[in-house]
Write a protein that binds this ligand. Structure first.
Ligand code: GLP
Length: 213
C-alpha cells in the first residue's frame, strides 16, 4: 500500500486523475471501477478537462461502478446512474454500451448481483478501482465488518449511511433503504485500488483503518 498525501482537494483530484489517466494511456481498453460520492467529483472534472484538451481517450474504456440504490430507476435524479452521467460520462467519449452499473430496478437481488459478478469476470476483472470512503468507514455500501468473502450483494443501509447520503435527497425519508454493492472480495480482486479521501470528517476513520495497529 502506498499513501500519497495531497495539499488540497484540487491537488488530490489532480494526482488521482493522473493515476487514472496513466492507466488509460497504458491500456486503452482497460476496465475502470468507478465510484460516486462528493470526493471523486474533482477527479472527474480533471479527466473531462484533459479529454477536452485531447490528452485522454475513453473510446475503448469499460467502466463498472461500485454500487447503486435498490429501487431507484436509472432516470431518477438521485440514482448513481444519473450522478455518473452528469459528472462524467456525458462529457467524455465513453461508449454507452461500455458503461455498467447495477440495475437498481431489478427486484431479484440474487439474479442482479450474480449478473454483475459475471459481467466483471467476463470483462477480465477490474484494472483500477477508484474508491471513496464514508465517515463511518463504508466502502461502496460495505459497512465496516462486512464479510470479506462477499461478491456483489444487496445491503440494508445503516442509519449513519442514510443520514450521510440524505444531502443528495430532499428529505432523509427519500433515501432508499437498500443498495446493490460490489463486496469487499470483488473490490480486492481489482488489479489496483485507488482510494481518495479528503476533509476533517474522514480523519478519525482513516486513522483507525490505516494507522492504528
Ligand atoms: C456513498 C457511496 C460511497 C462513497 C461515500 C462517501 O455512500 N456509496 O461509494 O465512498 O458515499 O461519499 P463522499 O465522498 O461524498 O464522502
Amino acid at each position: 500500500m502506498k499513501i500519497i498525501e495531497a495539499k488540497t482537494y484540487e491537488d488530490m483530484s489532480r494526482k488521482a486523475a493522473n493515476i487514472i489517466s496513466a492507466q488509460v494511456i497504458m491500456k486503452p481498453n482497460c476496465v475502470l471501477g468507478l465510484a460516486t460520492g462528493g470526493t471523486p467529483v474533482g477527479i472527474y472534472k480533471q479527466l473531462i478537462d484533459w479529454y477536452r484538451k485531447g490528452d485522454i481517450d475513453f473510446s475503448e474504456v469499460t467502466t463498472i461502478n461500485l454500487d447503486e440504490y435498490r429501487g431507484l430507476p436509472r432516470e431518477s435524479i438521485q440514482s448513481y446512474w444519473t450522478f455518473m452521467h452528469e459528472h462524467f460520462f456525458d462529457h467524455v467519449n465513453i461508449r454507452p454500451e461500455n458503461i455498467n452499473l447495477p440495475d437498481g430496478t431489478n427486484q431479484d437481488a440474487q439474479e442482479e448481483c450474480a449478473r454483475y459478478d459475471r459481467l466483471i469476470m467476463e470483462k477480465g476483472g477490474i484494472d483500477l478501482q477508484l474508491l471513496g470512503i464514508g465517515v463511518d468507514g463504508h466502502i461502496g455500501f460495505n459497512e465496516p465488518g462486512a464479510a470479506f468473502e462477499l461478491g456483489t450483494h444487496c445491503v440494508n443501509l445503516t442509519e449513519s449511511t442514510i443520514e450521510a447520503n440524505a444531502r443528495f435527497f430532499d428529505t432523509v425519508k427519500e433515501v432508499p433503504r437498500q443498495a446493490y454493492t460490489m463486496g469487499i472480495k470483488t473490490i480486492m480482486q481489482a488489479h489496483k485500488v485507488l482510494m481518495v479521501v479528503n476533509g476533517r470528517s474522514k480523519a478519525a476513520i482513516i486513522k483507525e483503518a490505516f494507522f492504528v495497529q
